[in-house]
Design a protein around this ligand. Structure first.
Ligand code: GLN
Length: 486
């Protein structure tokens, strides 16, 4: 049952071949038996209560395509009835008085919550090793990282612990773990999915999105997640659309832009081979390849690692030990209480970013770093605009390598930052991006680790991206492969 896609499970629920309660029980027992550390909080009673409500709705004939489908949320989305930690000691015991808009929307569609998923602390990281609750293991190879920051989300899909999950992507955190774990994920155009109740990292970049086995499943989830929300000041006001409306459209004549900067020296051979084979497959489907240039690609790293920490330093100032979150047990005065609470509550990477952010925003350095980064950010968006004059979609690797070993880079923040090179520019420009499984690599040893193909579209072309991904998934089976133990 757990290897079925969301779309298949939805059909089974509607034809009453399975009940929401049976589905929930099945996935709960898989979660219980898993040693991946993907889930942080599970409440079987709550899950079964929601499943019973979904069964009643199906019986009453008022079900949606998502009613009765289990879903798990990245622990960045706040929930009223489960703890919301953001992977941090700071919020270890935090229970929100409200549900995030994404959580609420999926619940309204009748989805059944399985629990909350591990992630890097405040979504800062690329390996999940920054989680206060320990790293998640990659289901394909338990000695490898699952990617991050939505590592628990990607691992849960890969290990078939859930048919649907949510993630967030600030600089690649949906696409990169999807790539490392061999699952499908989409980060929509910035502003499409409400940020309300998504614990803030870098507000001008943060964007929620789904991960699942297939593009079709991601489209079904996106249909329910996207929409204007007055509670998010950067939420887009647009007509609702069916993101799966064009799934079956032919790719004849599709122009695929292949950025030369994505295929330079830094790209591992095994990743390049899998990505090039995927491009060949697209040519067989009727597409043509066009060489394009995104000249500012390299600058996306320093630009992102100025802007994201700057916004983080401001966003995380709310964790002061007064209103919510961790408060130090002993302190001398108010300032000391702030200092001790934050010293104890935050991990090393979060502190590093707060320091960098406060520095680049400080009076003497604002112009040199923050303002400069904002200017280059605009140029990066202009590079994409020029590229989309020549092509309909951009394709390339998601990351320069397959998943690395647990521990291999945990003391080397810069190595982690550099590995974000192919995902950051999309986020800085606010464009939609996807990762779909396209093969396996070996890394630097005889391992079997998934490779993802990145699809980048122009603003609001999610339906087209899903169509392009779906057509590939009709003629390949990478997305159906599972780790041996599944
Ligand atoms: N790896 C990037 C970082 O550490 C992106 C994280 C994200 O998208 N949340 O900031």
């Amino acid at each position: 049952m757990h290897t079925k896609t969301l779309a298949q499970l939805s059909a089974m629920l509607q034809s009453k071949q399975v009940s929401a309660t049976e589905l929930a029980q099945h996935f709960l027992s898989r979660i219980q038996g898993s040693d991946l550390n993907a889930f942080l909080h599970v409440d079987p009673a709550l899950t079964l209560e929601q499943a019973a409500a979904a069964d009643a709705r199906i019986a009453a004939g008022t079900a949606t395509a998502l009613t009765g489908i289990p879903v798990a949320h990245k622990d960045i989305f706040v929930t009223r009835r489960l703890r919301s930690t953001a992977g941090s000691h700071m919020l270890e015991n935090y229970v929100s008085p409200f549900d995030a808009t994404v959580v609420e929307k999926l619940a309204q569609a009748g989805m059944v919550t399985l629990g909350k998923l591990n992630c890097d602390e405040f979504a800062m990281g690329s390996s999940n090793e920054n989680s206060y609750f320990g790293a998640v293991k990659n289901p394909w190879d338990k000695t490898a990282v699952p990617g991050g920051s939505s590592g628990g989300s990607a691992a849960a899909i890969a290990a078939r612990l859930a048919p649907a999950v949510t993630g967030t992507d600030t600089g690649g955190s949906i696409r990169q773990p999807a790539s490392f774990c061999g699952v499908t994920g989409i980060k929509p155009t910035y502003g499409s999915v409400s940020r309300y109740g998504m614990i803030a990292f870098a507000s001008s970049l943060d964007q929620g999105g789904p991960m699942a086995q297939t593009a079709q499943d991601c489209g079904l989830l996106l249909n329910a997640m996207v929409g204007f929300d007055a509670k998010d000041s950067t939420s887009l006001e647009r007509q609702p659309e069916d993101f799966n409306r064009d799934l079956n459209q032919s790719l004849q004549g599709l122009r695929i832009g292949v950025p030369k900067e994505f295929f330079g020296d830094g790209l591992a051979k095994d990743v390049e081979q899998a990505v090039r084979a995927a491009l060949d497959q697209y040519v067989k489907l009727g597409a043509t390849l066009v060489e394009i240039s995104l000249p500012k690609t390299e600058l996306s790293i320093p630009v992102y690692y100025v802007i994201a920490p700057a916004e983080a330093s401001s966003n995380l100032s709310r964790f002061d030990g007064v209103r919510y979150g961790h408060r130090a047990a002993s302190y001398t005065d108010l300032n000391d209480m702030y200092r001790q609470s934050r010293t104890e509550g935050f991990g090393a990477e979060v502190k590093r970013r707060i320091l960098v952010g406060a520095y680049v925003l400080s009076h003497g350095y604002y112009d040199a770093y923050y303002l400069q980064a904002q200017k280059i950010r605009r140029l990066i968006a202009q590079d994409f605009a020029a590229a989309f004059e020549k092509c309909d979609v951009i394709m390339g690797p998601v990351a320069p390598t397959v998943a690395w070993d647990l521990g291999a880079q945990s003391d080397d923040p810069v190595a982690n930052y550099l590995a974000d090179i192919f995902t950051l520019s999309t986020s800085l420009a606010g464009l939609p991006g996807m990762s779909i499984p396209c093969g396996f690599g070996q890394g630097d040893k005889n391992a079997k680790r998934p490779v993802g193909l990145q699809l980048i579209g122009n603003y609001f072309t999610e339906a087209r991206l899903l169509n392009i991904a779906h057509q590939y998934q009709q003629v390949t089976d990478w997305h159906q492969r599972t780790p041996d133990a599944i």
